[in-house]
Design a protein around this ligand. Structure first.
Ligand code: ZN
Length: 73
């Protein structure tokens, strides 16, 4: 079976970065979102890592921030 040739993906690296992540230093491009945490603007990957870490270490605090109910039983 022959697979159709795919069009080459556009290389977004042609564009100059619009900003750099305040944590990892990674490049962030125009129209990508950044997240402010502890005074630093983070890329999406660092934001995800921070939330995942918070979820593991202190889920009660995260639930409070998200205005979610929680209770001891
Ligand atoms: Zn980052």
């Amino acid at each position: 079976m022959e697979w159709p040739m795919l069009e080459p993906l556009r290389d977004s690296q042609d564009a100059a970065p619009a900003a750099r992540c305040g944590r990892c230093g990674g490049e962030v491009y125009k129209n990508e979102r950044m997240f402010r945490s502890d005074g630093k603007w983070l890329c999406i990957d660092c934001f995800r890592a921070e939330i995942e870490s918070m979820l593991r270490s202190n889920p009660v605090f995260l639930a409070d921030v998200l205005l979610m109910e929680h209770r001891e039983v």
